[in-house]
Write a protein that binds this ligand. Structure first.
Ligand SMILES: [Zn+2]
Length: 146
């Protein structure tokens, strides 16, 4: 019957094929495992931080976008009928805030409505109310003489 008990024979080997650990081997293995675990934790933390950063950027962009689209976009045919009401509003008359914002936004970039409004109600639109619009920059420059 073969023996399964370790039987040291002087060379550090026994019948099971296992050998004695050299001094310090267990300590070194423990240090290596702890170091690997630290590396894993560091990578996980780095990944978590970068995910948080990405999420923060997405949230910020989302807020920016929702801010921009908070003003209702209207087309020229919806803007021109509101000229008189908006002109009165600029002079102090009450107007639905969302509607006034939509007209103001449209007039700020539309190369057709802005000159028309300025012709009908000269001096009411200020230079500050003009803004660039990504869809119209060239036409806007040509029509507004910039
Ligand atoms: Zn327009």
């Amino acid at each position: 019957m073969p023996t399964t008990q370790p039987t040291p024979n002087g060379s550090g080997r026994n019948d099971s094929g296992w050998s004695k650990c050299p001094p310090g081997a267990l300590v070194a293995t423990g240090a290596r495992l702890r170091s690997a675990e630290r590396g894993r934790r560091l990578r996980a933390a780095t990944l978590g931080a970068s995910l948080c950063g990405t999420l923060a950027v997405c949230v910020a962009l989302g807020l920016l976008w929702s801010d921009r689209s908070a003003v209702k976009e209207i087309v020229c045919s919806a803007c021109t009928p509101r000229f008189a009401q908006y002109a009165a509003h600029l002079q102090g008359a009450p107007m639905d805030a969302a509607e006034a914002a939509a007209v103001a936004h449209h007039l700020s970039y539309c190369p057709l409505c802005r000159p028309k409004f300025q012709q009908q109600y000269p001096g009411l639109l200020t230079e500050a109310s003009r803004e660039r619009h990504p869809h119209y920059p060239l036409a806007q420059n040509a029509i507004l003489g910039k």
